[in-house]
Design a protein around this ligand. Structure first.
Ligand code: MN
Length: 317
């Protein structure tokens, strides 16, 4: 990527006062690690900043720096600079009105690895080939000669490990592995990251995953695997984090073009997750038709409705 763009971004940050860092709702490891990395950079140069996420950020990431600074509500919107990280689209910031109607002196910087949906930022750094937003942020640190301390190394590696599902997804490039290796040498703690992001499954989580596995079916016409979770299939004490990573795991199924996981949410909606391991299949196109989005290999959507089991499979009613 163009070093000049990263230098421009850092100059913009350095010349700004009162900065807002925002990530997408229901944040994943990459989004949270990206925000924590930016918070560390802003702390190192003594900037005033606010970390915002509409949803409560998961305590499992408590090992990352500045996690405790996240807020789910903003008192005002008098920020000089808004930095959106890993958001995919303006909609997922959950501040779309405020950002779209910001005052002319309020600038927006977007850093993301999702395919472009709309242009709203004054400065946009996007690389859909990057395995994680923290991978792009690594190049931001390098271009600006910011010394990578243990905190920054932990953030970069957490984003990479969670967004590639521990190097499982094809987005993992030779550079991704090189960066991960460099982060270990700079003090990132891989065992701690794995303990907190992968080896932390609860019994409710295992039971839900089991239910999704036993409901698996294959549509021979499209070579697609699909499965569904009704509201009653999910134990009451299961959290969103318990269900994280499930579709990625199910997509390990052999001899299919992809996987669709449908899950009834409590509010009368259905959440769909799409995954594929095939380089010639783009599941984000189907997700977009259904009002969602994502990457070619991993995408999702939310629709209104309930699920009903029929002879042929599942029907949305
Ligand atoms: Mn990401």
């Amino acid at each position: 990527m163009d070093n000049q763009l990263f230098i421009k971004a850092y100059n913009l940050i350095k010349s700004s006062v009162n900065i807002l860092v925002v990530i997408h709702d229901n944040p994943d490891g990459d989004a949270i690690a990206s925000a924590c990395l930016m918070a560390e950079v802003l702390s190192l140069i003594d900037k005033n900043y606010t970390l915002y996420c509409q949803s409560q950020t998961n305590l499992q990431f408590g090992f990352l720096p500045h996690l405790e600074k996240f807020t789910t509500s903003l008192i005002n919107f008098n920020f000089g600079l808004i930095i959106a990280l890993d958001c995919g689209s303006l909609k997922r910031t959950k501040l779309e009105e405020k950002i779209a109607n910001r005052l002319p002196h309020q600038l927006a910087l977007e850093i993301d690895h999702h395919p472009k949906i709309e242009g709203y930022a004054d400065l946009e750094i996007r690389d859909p080939a990057a395995a994680a937003t923290t991978e792009i942020l690594y190049y931001f640190l390098k271009a600006n000669k910011i010394k990578i301390n243990k905190n920054l190394a932990n953030c970069v590696l957490t984003g990479i490990m969670t967004d590639t599902s521990n190097f499982l997804y094809p987005s993992t490039s030779p550079q991704t592995i090189n960066i991960a290796s460099e982060m270990l040498m700079k003090g990132a703690r891989l065992p701690q990251i794995m303990e907190n992001t992968w080896r932390n499954k609860s019994i409710a989580s295992m039971k839900t995953w089991g239910k999704a596995m036993s409901n698996l079916q294959i549509n021979k016409t499209y070579g697609l695997a699909f499965t569904a979770l009704l509201a009653e299939d999910v134990p009451a004490d299961a959290t969103e984090e318990d269900l994280e990573g499930m579709s990625g795991f199910l997509s390990n199924l052999d001899k299919v073009n992809g996987l669709i996981l449908l899950r009834e949410l409590k509010d009368g909606k259905i959440k769909g997750s799409l995954r594929t391991a095939k380089p010639n299949v783009d599941v984000s196109r189907l997700a977009q038709i259904l009002g969602g989005g994502g990457h070619p290999r991993a995408a999702g959507f939310t629709i209104e409705g309930r699920l009903e089991k029929t002879e042929k499979g599942w029907k949305v009613i």
